[in-house]
Structures are given as C-alpha cells and as structure tokens.
Write a protein that binds this ligand. Structure first.
Ligand code: GLP
Length: 267
C-alpha cells in the first residue's frame, strides 16, 4: 500500500486501517536470527544508501553476529547506509559499558564498515535531554522515513517498542520517557552495577517507527509469549504500544515457537 503512514498531532486513529502483519514462525531462536539477518542484508544489497533503524537487547545479538560474519566474508557493505538506534538510556556517562552506544559499538559499528558519520544514537550524557530529543528528531526527519526498522519487544506485558512504554501515543515522536517499573526490574539485571540503571531514556516515538517503509519485529522465547499475544490478538492501543505496528501496511513479525505458544490463531 502506497501512502504516508506517519501520524501527526491531530490525526485521527480512525484514519489508520489495521493490517494483518506477516507472521513468520520458526522452531528455534537461531532461525529468527538467520531470517532477520537475511532481511537486513538483502535490503542493504538492494539499496546501498539504506536508512535503517536498529534495536538493542538480547534478541538481536545473533542477528548482529550473522551480519558481522557476512561483512567479514565480503558479502555485504554498510559504507553508504545510515543507521539510527531506537533508543538510549539517559542519563549515563559517555561510553558507559552498559549504554546502548557501547552495545552497538561492540555488536555492529566496529564489526562492519559503517562510517561514524552515518550512525546515530541519542546521546546519553547530555545535560538537556529535551534538546537532544529535538536534535535526534530533526535528524530522523532529514534522512527519513527509514527504509527498514528492526525492533524487539519489551519484557512481559510491557509490549514496549524502543522505550515506548504503556501510554505512548501513536503520534509520539523522539522524547524523554520514564521507564516502567517492569522494564527497570528486567533491564537492571543487564547492568554490571544494577544501581547505575537510569529511570529515564530517550526513545524515538511510535510515529517515527510507523513512518518507516518496512518494520520487522523480532521475538524469541516464552518470556515474550504473553506480550506477543496481547500485541497481536488484543485491541490496538497505547496500553500495548507494539500493537500500533498493526497500523503499518508492511510489518513482519519473526518469532520462534516459544514466543508464539500463547497465540490462539496459528498461521
Ligand atoms: C530494551 C530495549 C528494547 C528492546 C527490549 C527487549 O528495553 N529498549 O528496544 O526491544 O529491551 O530486550 P530483549 O531483546 O533483551 O528481550
């Protein structure tokens, strides 16, 4: 479907027709990695100056490994691509080992030929997060809409995408957000010093994700099953932000069996 899906303030949700996302369900998490990496590689091979939105978390680690191997074998190049990260904790000192910037450095940026001028992530260390959000939004507008967004889904029933927690509106854009207690409890486990985990973050909004030409959601494991069921089988609304992806005309969910075992409709 050929239309601009970006939602602007004042737009009515009724204007946005739900679509059935494409569901790809595979037996193992490794197959999710493989298929996700293949999608990213195919897209960048088809369009060298691809604008990509990428996630962090445990889910995409395998995908990044496969992409890095493909680059090492000369099968793909990101030298002309442009990459935006979905989100970043705020505040954290520059280069904090648990920042998403460091994650991306280790998993992707230093393992491919992407130029440092061509990857963007909100700055975790700035004094004025509102201004940082404004700058990031300006960059997204300048280079967007992105060709492809790859997103994960938050823990449990948070159903967050990026750090768009419950209550995030369909027309939300880059901003500072408060993290939910559920997200804090889950994500602090990944901090070397859990007390360092910030309670706020900078995230692009739902409207930025919906404006992309294509969106892929990745979900692995039983811990995601309740969130996936709510996202795909409940109503579309801000109490399950991932459900807004059902307004996207070109959304694909790539999931393993664990993440889909609560779905009543098996494709
Ligand atoms: C964080 C990120 C999300 C990500 C989620 C899931 O909260 N902000 O973008 O999707 O983690 O993480 P995991 O893949 O580790 O389950």
């Amino acid at each position: 479907m050929n239309r601009d899906t970006s939602l602007r303030k004042g737009d009515s949700l009724e204007l946005y027709t739900p679509h059935q996302p494409e569901l790809i369900i595979v037996p193992t998490p490794e197959q999710v990695d493989q298929i996700a990496a293949q999608h990213v590689i195919e897209q960048v091979l088809g369009k060298q100056d691809l604008v990509l939105i990428l996630p962090t978390g445990n889910t995409p680690i395998g995908m990044y490994d496969i992409i890095a191997n493909a680059y090492a074998q000369g099968a793909v190049s990101f030298s002309k691509a442009r990459i935006f990260n979905l989100d970043e904790y705020w505040p954290l000192p520059w280069g904090h080992p648990d920042s998403y910037f460091r994650y991306m450095q280790e998993r992707f940026y230093t393992r491919t030929d992407i130029d440092s001028e061509r990857y963007h992530i909100p700055h975790s260390h700035v004094n004025d997060p509102e201004f940082e959000a404004y700058l990031y939004e300006t960059l997204l507008q300048k280079y967007g809409p992105a060709d492809l967004a790859v997103v994960g889904i938050g823990p449990g029933l948070t159903c967050h995408i990026g750090f768009n927690e419950k209550g995030s509106a369909a027309d939300s854009r880059t901003r500072l957000v408060e993290l939910s207690e559920e997200t804090i409890a889950e994500n602090k486990k990944h901090f070397s010093r859990p007390e360092d985990m910030p309670r706020t973050a900078l995230t692009m909004g739902i409207a930025n994700i919906l404006a992309t030409k294509r969106v892929i959601l990745l979900a692995k494991g039983e811990g995601k099953a309740a969130g996936i069921q709510r996202t795909l089988e409940g109503g579309i609304g801000a109490d399950a932000p991932a459900s807004f992806l059902r307004f996207h005309p070109n959304a694909t969910f790539i999931m393993d069996r664990g993440a889909t075992h609560l779905l009543s409709i098996k494709p």
